[in-house]
Design a protein around this ligand. Structure first.
Ligand code: GDP
Length: 444
């Protein structure tokens, strides 16, 4: 995501790097690069103009801070402006005082609206909110079935009245059902069209007037760049929306949509879709997105992801083991599984500042393959051997047995064990304070 934009912006700081302060002349070249970067990312022209003007003013007015390089200062100004243009803070989904909270989904066909309905339902359930989904798209063949299938997949109920019913009536009855059965939130999926047309807007308006939603979320496709922003504005002008869900942010989107939606439509992006799977939805945080755009990684998302997966008590025990070099193969497997639950190795590394660039696809693939191999070999060890890797260092016959059992060469088993021992002794040194924490790069 945003690789091209990040690279281009890097060119911008190069222009101020090595200068002793930000000045009118060196900032000019840098701003030209920034402008070009944003336009190439398909951000809206007005947004770009305002952005550059704002950065220029702040950069020239910036006081020299001792110890901070001008390029670092410039990056900070850009970062802050990116955050500001995307709306400063996350705007959470409404939560009505008296249930149910009513959420109306709108959007053109193919943007990912139906998928987003299920994603949002799943997301809310993780927050302990009970959800009913309502299928009103009677026009697209199989749209209702699609929602029902997604509902089954995530075990969230779907209300429908078949495809011969009136969408307004389905929505009305769906909300009634949610109220009667005490659901916390009801999400209404609506029909999308290939283009905005009067009958689509008319129907959406009637549904909206009838059910009086707390949220009207427009689902827009990030791949359409600044068009996503224009569309949000049009929908807002015509029916009134409370926010957008930007889908397909996992693709090679250039970033223009994320940068333009807020300024152009006045409405916040509340969530982003980052994949086809139902759990691929994230709340939108402008500051995290700005960090990603700048190629600074996204430590916060990583921390949050890790928090979801890691049991803190477990983590503490693990840390103790690591520092006292009691870390064994069983722990290693545990950690590998954890990493897997958090996503692929590449996915996790990309979230760490600087890592995304430091390791290339080939290295990642190698890393994943090595993990897989290690898992197979550890799978062929006895419980004793896993707990006490020294047993293996001293016994070629044990190593041979593991090699045969896991279908690997003797040499590979020897390598695994020797690497593991090296890692342990490094950990031990860290634990005894003989060594500072290794730099990310060195450690890797
Ligand atoms: P609708 O017509 O707006 O209801 O669109 P659908 O929900 O049927 O989605 C259209 C296509 O986009 C499907 O193939 C989805 O799997 C895909 N899709 C939806 N959201 C995302 C996303 O965030 N990332 C990716 N890569 N694909 C998505």
């Amino acid at each position: 995501m945003f690789d091209a934009l990040a690279d281009r912006l890097e060119n911008a700081w190069k222009k101020v790097r090595g200068q002793d302060k930000i000045s009118e002349s060196n900032v000019k070249d840098a701003l030209r690069e920034v402008r070009r970067a944003l336009l190439e990312a398909d951000a809206n022209l007005q947004v770009v103009k305002d952005f550059v003007a704002e950065v220029e003013q702040k950069a020239l007015g910036a006081e020299v801070i001792s110890g901070v390089r001008p390029d670092q200062q410039f990056i900070e100004i850009i970062h802050n402006e990116l955050v500001s243009v995307m709306g400063d803070a996350n705007v959470p989904l409404a939560h009505a005082e008296s249930a149910p909270t009513i959420v109306l989904m709108a959007g053109l066909q193919g943007t990912g609206k139906t998928t987003a309905t299920a994603k949002l339902a799943l997301h809310l359930r993780k927050e302990e909110r009970s959800v009913l989904m309502v299928a009103t798209d009677v026009y697209r063949p199989a749209a209702i079935d699609q929602l029902i299938a997604l509902g089954k997949q995530v075990d969230i109920p779907v209300f429908d009245l078949g495809k011969d019913a009136d969408p307004v009536e389905i929505a009305r009855q769906g909300v009634e059902r949610a109220r009667a059965e005490g659901f916390d939130t009801v999400i209404i999926d609506t029909a999308g069209r290939l283009q905005i047309d009067e009958s689509m807007m008319g129907e959406l308006k009637r549904i909206k007037d009838t059910i009086q939603p707390h949220e009207v979320l427009l689902v827009v496709d990030a791949m359409t760049g600044q068009e996503a922003a224009n569309l949000t504005r049009t929908f807002h002008e015509q029916i009134g929306v409370t926010g957008a869900i930007l889908t397909k942010m996992d693709g090679d989107t250039r970033g223009g949509a994320a940068l333009s939606v807020r300024r152009i439509s006045g409405q916040p992006i509340k969530f982003i879709g980052v994949g086809e799977k139902v759990d691929a939805l994230q709340p939108f945080y402008p500051d995290r997105m700005a960090s990603r755009i700048l190629g600074m990684g996204d430590v916060l998302t990583l921390v949050e992801k890790a928090r979801e997966e890691i049991d803190l008590a477990d983590a503490e025990k693990m840390q103790e083991k690591i520092l006292s070099a009691k870390f064994d193969f069983t722990d290693f497997i545990k950690q590998t599984r954890l990493l897997k639950n958090m996503g692929s190795l590449g996915g996790v590394l990309k979230l760490i500042p600087g890592m995304g660039k430091m390791v290339n696809e080939e290295q990642l693939q190698k890393g994943e393959e090595q993990l897989k191999k290690a898992e197979a070999m550890i799978g062929s060890m006895t419980a004793d051997e896993r707990r006490d890797p020294d047993l293996l260092s001293n016994s070629p016959s044990r190593r041979r047995r593991i090699a045969r059992g896991s279908g690997h060469a003797d040499k590979e088993v020897t390598e695994l064990i020797s690497n593991f021992q090296k890692m342990r002794s490094m950990m031990q040194q860290m634990g005894s304070g003989q060594m500072g924490l290794p730099g990310m790069g060195g450690g890797f």
